[in-house]
Ligand binder design. Structure first.
Ligand SMILES: NC(=O)c1ccc[n+]([C@@H]2O[C@H](COP(=O)([O-])OP(=O)(O)OC[C@H]3O[C@@H](n4cnc5c(N)ncnc54)[C@H](O)[C@@H]3O)[C@@H](O)[C@H]2O)c1
Length: 373
């Protein structure tokens, strides 16, 4: 595949260290499978504030808009006080990217590696065969009143005399629900063909509409089975029988909480990738922003101690969802599995008898495994 452009936004803290290893693996994928990717780099977060005065400049936004996909590291404020100007807050960069590109579906795969079962708080017998993907609605829901205040969606604390109250608005349009549910069914059709839709339809109107939309979209995929599950029951199923779940689709708040719970099944934050998909179609799939789940990890930044696997697996998601390169994505995931299986460990997943390596060495080992396969 040629004429593919990937914009890399390394960001702050460990972001540049882990994205460098992800790019290394993308370059190896190019070599092994004979593709040609154009990789552009732009500053984001605190680095961009220092260089360009804002956390995400118009030039960087335009560069991303002309790309097939964005590989993102992490952004975070420097220690010592909040920045007043919103555009100069590193976190604003992510918000602008999500909103500007209409990134409505946040995908988080959860597939604990057998060689790391020991790092999970769950017993291995519960983790066996676990392989699920969360599809979390990302563009609306109760968080948006606060992040993006608009008339009719109040999110505020009200104090008047003896009255002290607060309100948040949970609003979903049918179109917002439909696009994320449809994305979940499309994804399930390429996996084990099962969708679990999570809601709280016994008490929330937005969940009642959510169920109606699922019922409307499901007939488009007669080969995909589906079920409705209340969010509290889902929280239990995740621990009790995670292998039963394939594609889990849910609204923003429930997804935020459940994905953190699910993340614990895999052991370390440093292992987890994510994809945020937009509506724009690319030649191979959808435009998306790919990033490890972790933040800037200021406590270990600049010391070659960060686990690059979350970033490398994010690159695998990029290959799969924005470029449509499924075999290549599988190969990257297999390389990670092989290297971790051989006992290579960054310190967050270290155990006795392992080969303790730094960020760069872990990236090199995964690249070599990919090229030698
Ligand atoms: N998407 C993002 O850019 C994003 C996400 C979360 C947090 N943040 C920002 O990052 C900064 C730090 O936040 P935090 O400390 O709450 O979360 P964090 O994810 O940066 O770190 C939490 C803990 O996990 C460890 N850790 C994180 N990534 C790791 C990796 N790859 N390998 C090994 N260990 C790793 C850290 O050392 C730390 O002990 C804050 O400014 C926060 O706003 C950014």
């Amino acid at each position: 595949m040629n004429d593919v452009t990937i914009t890399v936004l390394p960001g702050d803290g460990v972001g540049p260290e882990v994205t460098a290893q992800a790019v290394r693996v993308l370059r190896a994928t190019e070599k092994r499978f004979r593709h040609s990717f154009t990789v552009l780099r732009r500053p984001v977060g605190q680095e961009a504030v220092e260089a360009e005065g804002v956390a995400l400049s118009d030039l960087t936004f335009a560069t991303c808009a002309q790309s097939d996909a964005v590989l993102f590291g992490a952004v975070g404020s420097p220690p010592g006080g909040a920045v007043r100007d919103l555009a100069a807050r590193p976190e604003h960069a992510l918000f602008r990217l999500r909103k500007g590109f209409g990134l409505f579906a946040n995908l988080r795969p959860v597939r604990p590696l057998p060689s790391l079962f020991g790092a999970s708080p769950l017993k291995p017998e519960y983790l066996k065969d676990t392989d699920m993907v969360f599809v979390r609605e990302l563009s609306s829901g109760i968080y948006y009143g606060h992040l993006d205040p608009v008339p009719g969606k109040p999110s505020e604390i009200r104090r008047s005399g003896a009255v002290e109250e607060a309100v948040d608005t949970l609003l979903y349009t049918a179109a917002q629900i439909e696009q994320v549910v449809r994305a979940a069914f499309e994804l399930a059709a390429r996996r084990r063909r099962k969708v679990t839709s999570v809601d709280k339809a016994n008490v929330l109107s937005s969940s009642v509409l959510w169920r109606e939309i699922v019922e409307r979209v499901a007939p488009e995929h007669p080969d995909v089975t589906y079920e409705h599950l209340l969010v509290d029951a889902c929280a239990m199923r995740l621990i009790r029988n995670p292998a039963d779940l394939d594609v889990v689709v849910t609204e923003n708040l429930f997804g935020d909480i459940l994905t953190d719970e699910a993340a614990m099944l895999t052991g370390s934050l440093g292992m987890l990738p994510s994809a945020s998909l937009g509506a724009r179609r690319t030649r191979g799939g959808r435009f998306g922003l790919y990033e490890p789940v972790h933040g800037t990890a200021p406590d270990i930044a600049g010391q070659d101690r960060a686990n690059p696997v979350g970033a490398i697996l994010s690159a695998a998601l990029l290959l799969r969802h924005s470029l449509g390169l499924h075999q290549e994505a599988d190969a990257v995931e297999e390389a990670v599995k092989a290297v971790v299986g051989q006992g290579y460990r960054t310190e967050d997943i270290a155990e006795s008898g392992c080969t303790l390596v730094g960020t760069r060495e872990m990236g090199r080992a995964i690249r070599d495994a990919l090229l030698e396969a």
